[in-house]
Design a protein. Structure first.
Length: 321
């Protein structure tokens, strides 16, 4: 072995030893979990629930930090550029793979700059309307939209979110597109729906349940292939439009280069939290489903989602410069 090869081998061995040592001592201080969306939405609620339980598994506090903007890209880019030492993680949604196609100029390469840790949960979107709208069923709403076409406004948490894709796919399948009104988060969109400023939203169930339970908003359908156990009397859109399916999910990433032993430890901690009966009950009450994975399975999901939603994003005309 020549000196150059020996030096490289020694360097790689040293890196491996450092990584192993980092993992053995990790975590030794508080961890930041970045949510790239506004407070009060489904992702924020899920992140805070997980962060509340992780200290039991990790022995250190987990602090949620909101860095909203650009459809979640600002927070994602912040994490991608963070030191890969296991003290900064990202809780994002299925919006992130969508953004790969949505934004012509992404500040980060999702597949290269972030390391998947685990999917966390599955969340149905619910087609909601203001109670003043003369549509009490999904069939009546479809007729209402067809009669008024783009005069019907639906809100979302932003361009490229599962809420917008839900509306875009819905419009494609009924043959009439509504007008999309993007907001900087789900909470302000729901507030404008309550105020009658827009006519509909496809909102994550966890965000909208209080308004359904109180009768302040009307639930017409869910975007998952089957009905939700939390709202058994609310039909799936697929019952009227076969093949319709939009499922929002949340997941955790680390900066690329984070030592694999640390990613494995965080993955194990997240999945332990998801198996906590109290956490599972909270998810059920919100209409969500715990859905932990291995880092490898999550990486495969992200890759498949990037391909899956590319065509829909392009056909929706929502691409952003």
């Amino acid at each position: 072995m020549n000196k150059t090869v020996a030096a490289i081998a020694a360097s790689l061995l040293c890196v491996g030893v450092v990584s192993a040592a980092q993992a053995d001592n990790w975590p030794s201080r508080p961890i930041t979990l970045v949510v790239p969306l506004a407070p009060g939405g489904s992702t924020d609620a899920t992140a805070r629930l997980i962060a509340q339980k992780l200290p039991k598994e990790l022995g250190q506090p987990v602090v949620v930090e909101n860095r909203a903007g650009a459809g979640g890209n600002i927070g994602a880019d912040y994490v991608a550029k963070a030191t890969p030492d296991g003290y900064t993680f990202l809780m994002h949604t299925s919006t992130l793979p969508t953004n790969v196609t949505l934004y012509k100029k992404m500040p980060l390469d999702v597949q290269k700059d972030l390391a998947p840790v685990s999917r966390v949960s599955l969340i149905p979107n619910v087609l909601m309307v203001n109670t003043s709208l003369p549509a009490n069923t999904l069939a009546e709403f479809i007729d209402y939209v067809k009669e008024r076409k783009d005069a019907v406004n639906y809100g979302s948490a932003g361009n490229g979110t599962s809420q917008q894709l839900s509306g875009s796919l819905f419009g494609q399948m009924i043959g009439t597109q509504m007008t999309h009104v993007p907001y900087k988060g789900g909470a302000p969109a729901n507030a404008d729906l309550l105020a009658g400023q827009i006519q509909a939203v496809f909102s994550p169930m966890v965000e909208i349940l209080p308004f359904i339970d109180s009768g302040k908003l009307r639930a017409l359908a869910v975007t998952t292939p089957e009905r939700s156990p939390r709202l058994p009397d609310v039909p799936a859109i697929a019952e009227s439009l076969p093949g319709y399916e939009i499922v929002l999910w949340n997941g955790v990433w680390a900066p690329a280069g984070t030592p694999k032993p640390i990613i494995q430890k965080m993955n194990q901690a997240i999945n332990a939290v998801l198996n906590d009966p109290e956490v599972q009950q909270t998810f059920r009450s919100q209409g969500s489903t715990p859905a932990g994975t291995t880092p490898e399975a999550f990486a495969q999901l992200v890759d498949s989602e990037i391909k899956k939603w590319g065509d829909l994003v392009r056909s929706s005309g929502a691409r952003i410069e």
